[in-house]
Design a protein around this ligand. Sequence first.
Ligand code: AHR
Length: 660
Amino acid sequence: MKIRNILLSACLAAGASASAQDNTITVETAKLGAPVQPTMYGIFFEDINYAADGGLYAELVMNRSFEFPNPFAGWDISGKVSLQNDGPFEKNPRYVRLAPSGHAHKHTMIENSGFFGMGIKKGAEYKFSVWARCPEGGNSKIWVDLVDNATMGDDQKIGNGGVEIQGKEWKKYTLTIKASKTVEKAHMRVWGDSKVTTDLEHVSLFPVDTYMGDENGMRKDLAQALYDMKPGVFRFPGGCIVEGTDLESRYQWKNSVGPVENRPLNENRWHYTFTNRYYPNYFQSYGLGFFEYFRLSEQIGAEPLPVLNVGMACQYQNEIRDEKKVHVGMDDLKPYIDDCIDLIEFANGDPAKNQWAKLRADMGHPAPFNLKFIGVGNEQWDYKDNKAFSKRLKVFVEAIRKAHPEIKIIGTSGPDSEGQSFDLGWTAMKELKADLVDEHFYRNIDWFKNEMNRYDEYDRTGPKVFAGEYACHDRGKKWNHAGASIYEAAFMTNLEKNADVVHMATYAPLFAHVEGWQWRPDAIWFDNLRSAKTVSYYVQALYAQNKGTNVLSTTIANPTPKGQDGIFASAVYDKESNEVIVKVINTTEGSKSIDIKLNGLKNGIAKVNTITLDCSDYDMENTVDNPNAIVPQEATLKAEGSTIKANVAGKNFVVFKIKK
Ligand code: AHR
């Protein structure tokens, strides 16, 4: 790790030098500005880059119900294995029949290779489960081996156990297996009985140690990374996933709830969207469905923000060529509107009065999830002569307002951060009185430099802003360069200063598997065993963890001109900790002396803690091999009076936490 060259000293204002005066940041501490919304600085989850199956969702078996178009995708089979189609789960009817091999020295076996292998840790326990029966009667015994088939040692097994299957009825069987070795790309073999035919369905393997120990739970390190960020809001399930390439492939939340065995498989559009990174076996099991999502939101303390389909397939992939064929006709929107209203009931309703609320209770959460927001439509837009999006959204808004006036509705200004469709979108959202508008900007450094004052002039009377997907993509390289993250930090001073109009912001996308990504940069990278928080993640986390409760007016003596590098700053007061928190970003190459002048402090500064993120090594990034290349560094300053003098090194982001 590079030794940081920033450092900081504090002294009385009287000692400030002439050059430091140029960068004086004045914070008015006596007058509290707009409240910072609790929803600020959240997470955007989409099942892209193997974020769900193979990622956050801790299931290790790919294609556990044999429902992939290729029923044996992810499986190697040997001996007498056949596919059947009349299983116990209506929406996933397939299962496998393991017939006796007919010879004592032959075997019938299925072997799953997981998602790029299965990450297995020495000493950890794994829960195998399966629905099984002996269709011809009798009892059988199946063997389950976790194997390291890359080893050249005597035995490939790194853990195993046996399960007795009894009788003709389908039953669920479980087995706990302890692993004797850490293997990044293990497989799981299930051996049939040599004498009795055995049917297997929903063949599953989870680590016992999921996040918070949940059944059907989340991978612990990844969920913990979300919790650690202290996110204010949690958007789900996307992104373009909401729309689908066509309506058939859109995310359908009703298929993602109820018994996990009976959730039908959905095509994941990211398996083919980018042909340069094509993943033919990328599907959505819906194992991480809306119940698991609401549960996780609660566990990590973030407001859930579901986004549902507005009756339109992805406009990028379909434009408007054949409106009625591609999108839902205006007269046929009811099931889509019902989806929104039923989701609100699923989250908040009374189990005694509503079937969806009852399902939530049956799934183990009788108390409401306290949903407050719903997004309708992802990157939708109107055309000059066709209000394709807003005419549909209007019908949703009327119906949702009628059924649930307490819920805030989020519309969108489409995929562009400015221009015709963006303007049409905002005009329509104002007319419809949407509560918030979802804006997206994946843009380069120049764009960010030009937009450092983006929200200063926004209309204060209209809908609020949800910066729902953004990231600085530099020089077309689209990697997680520290040199790009510093511009996200600088830009976010403007989100913070405009807390009265910007109510939510979520960097995107969230997760990426190192072997399965389609889109970068991303906030968190992982392989089967390890994960790495990127510098952009830390930028988000530093804002979320230090968001405060109220904005404080902050001025810079020489504000950085539009489009240029310089000093950027914002400040908040935190009622709970009684701290003034000032964020300072230096996007220039060189170190800058700054004075932070805290006006209105009666008794001066008691103590200053600083947290510094050094982005000066442009190409540096945190990877699973080197996850701590750039991490926030904490320090303490002694201070007297009401001015802090500090040197902020080039391309550094410093959070000053000031005890009054
Ligand atoms: O974050 C990746 C994609 O970018 C999202 O699915 C979509 O909304 C945007 O275009």
